[in-house]
Design a protein around this ligand. Structure first.
Ligand code: ACO
Length: 335
C-alpha cells in the first residue's frame, strides 16, 4: 500500500516516551547465555537495554508515554477520540491494552483498539490514524507504540535474548496549519513470517507449545536490509522527494549493522540518522517513537524538517512515512 497526502495537513503535535528503569547490560545477559559483550556490540551495536520487572506489563510503561504525549500536545484525555496501541505484547489479548489505557486515562470518547504488525506496528498505526483523521472519523488521535519483548523471550536462546529491550512511545496526531504527513508505504510478506514467530501465542495448536519468540536471524537480516531501503525509496518517490532533502532519518532500531547498511545504500549522511539501539536494543513498536524523541532532544526536529521513518518486523511487515515536522513554537497553534 502506498499513497501521498491528499491535501489534508495532519501532523504530530505531541510526543512522549517511557522506558523501564531497570538497565540490563550485555554482561548481565552473559550470566544466562553463552555470549560476550564484545560479540553483542560487534554484531548488533547494542550495549544495554531496559527491561520491565516481574510485576510489570506493557501498559505500565505505555501509560506514562501516553500521558507525556498528551501533555506535550496540550491536550486532555477528553480531547482524544481514537486510541490505537501498536504492540505484540499487550497485558493480555483482551481487554486490549488500548481499552485499558483509555479507561485509566479517562479518554471516555475514544474508540480504542490494539494493532498487531510486529516491530512495524507504530508505522501501521500512524498510517491508520492519518486515514481516520483525513476521512473525518477522528479529530485527534493518540497513537501508542510499545512492547515488552523481554516477557516473551527465551532466556536460554543467545541468538534472540541479546537483541531486544522494552520501551514505549506515543504521539498525538491531529490537523495542523503547516507541515504534516506527506505519504506512507506499508507492506507485508506472510510467506516470510516463519522466520520470526511467536508459536503458541494464538489459536493455532503446536505440538510443543513453548510460547516464546523464535527467529531465524540470518533470514530476518536479509529481509531487513532489503526492505529498509526499498520502502524508504518507495515513499520518497511517491512524494516526489529525494533522499538529499531528508533532514532526519529515523530507522527502526533493530541492529546497528542493519541501520549502517540502509544508510549506505540510501546515501543518507550519518549525521542525519538517529541511532539509539546502543542504549535500548530493539524495542519493537517502541523503537521509532523513542528515536523520534532522541532527535527532538538533539534539536533536530526543527520546524519544517523533513523526517523519514522506516520500520520492519514480524509478519513479515515493513512501513515508511514521510513527514514535515510541525514544531510548536513556530506554528502559533498547530491545529
Ligand atoms: N553470542 C555469541 N555468539 C552468538 C550469539 C550471541 N549472543 N548469537 C549467535 N551466536 C553465534 C551463532 O550461534 C553462530 O555460531 P556458529 O557459527 O557456531 O553456528 C555465530 O554466532 C554466527 O551466527 P549468525 O547468526 O551468523 O550471526 P550474525 O552475524 O548473522 O548475527 C544476528 C546474528 C545479530 C541475530 C543478525 O542475524 C541479525 O541482526 N538479524 C536480524 C535480527 C533482527 O533484526 N530481528 C528483529 C526484527 S524486528 C521484529 O519484529 C522483532
Amino acid at each position: 500500500m502506498i499513497g501521498s497526502a491528499n491535501g489534508t495537513r495532519i501532523g504530530i503535535t505531541g510526543l512522549g516516551v517511557h522506558v523501564p528503569e531497570r538497565v540490563v547490560t550485555n554482561d548481565d545477559l552473559a550470566q544466562y547465555v553463552d555470549t560476550t559483550d564484545e560479540w553483542i556490540v560487534d554484531r548488533t551495536g547494542i550495549h544495554e537495554r531496559r527491561m520491565i520487572t516481574e510485576d510489570q506489563a506493557l501498559t505500565d510503561i505505555a501509560l506514562p508515554a501516553a500521558r507525556a504525549a498528551l501533555e506535550d500536545a496540550g491536550a486532555t484525555p477528553d480531547d482524544i477520540d481514537l486510541l490505537i496501541c501498536a504492540t505484540v505484547t499487550p497485558d493480555m489479548m483482551f481487554p486490549t491494552a488500548s481499552a485499558l489505557m483509555a479507561n485509566t486515562l479517562g479518554a471516555e470518547k475514544a474508540a480504542a483498539y490494539d494493532l498487531l504488525a510486529g516491530c512495524t506496528g507504530f508505522m501501521y498505526a500512524i498510517a491508520q490514524a492519518y486515514g481516520m483523521i483525513a476521512a473525518g472519523l477522528s479529530r485527534r488521535a493518540l497513537v501508542v507504540g510499545g512492547d515488552v519483548l523481554s516477557s516473551i523471550l527465551d532466556w536460554t536462546d543467545r541468538s534472540t535474548l541479546v537483541l531486544f529491550g522494552d520501551g514505549a512511545g506515543a504521539v498525538v496526531m491531529e490537523p495542523v496549519d503547516h507541515g504534516g504527513f506527506l505519504g506512507f508505504e506499508l507492506g507485508a510478506d506472510g510467506g516470510g513470517g516463519v522466520h520470526l514467530q511467536y508459536p503458541g501465542s494464538g489459536s493455532r495448536k503446536f505440538e510443543n507449545p513453548e510460547s516464546m519468540l523464535r527467529m531465524n536471524g540470518r533470514e530476518v537480516y536479509k529481509f531487513a536490509t532489503r526492505v529498509m531501503v526499498s520502502s524508504a525509496e518507495a515513499v520518497l518517490a511517491e512524494c516526489g522527494r529525494t533522499i538529499d532533502e531528508v533532514d532526519v532519518y529515523v530507522p527502526h532500531q533493530a541492529n546497528k549493522r542493519i541501520i549502517d547498511h540502509a544508510v549506505g545504500k540510501l546515501g543518507v549522511p550519518p549525521e542525519r540518522t538517529v541511532v539509539n539501539v546502543d542504549r535500548f536494543g530493539n524495542t519493537s513498536s517502541g523503537s521509532i517513537p523513542l528515536a523520534l524523541a532522541d532527535a527532538r532532544t538533539d534539536g533536530r526536529l526543527r520546524d519544517g524538517a523533513l523526517v523519514l521513518m522506516t520500520g520492519m518486523g514480524a509478519g513479515l511487515t515493513w512501513g515508511s512515512a514521510l513527514i514535515e515536522w510541525t514544531a510548536p513554537s513556530a506554528s502559533g497553534g498547530r491545529g
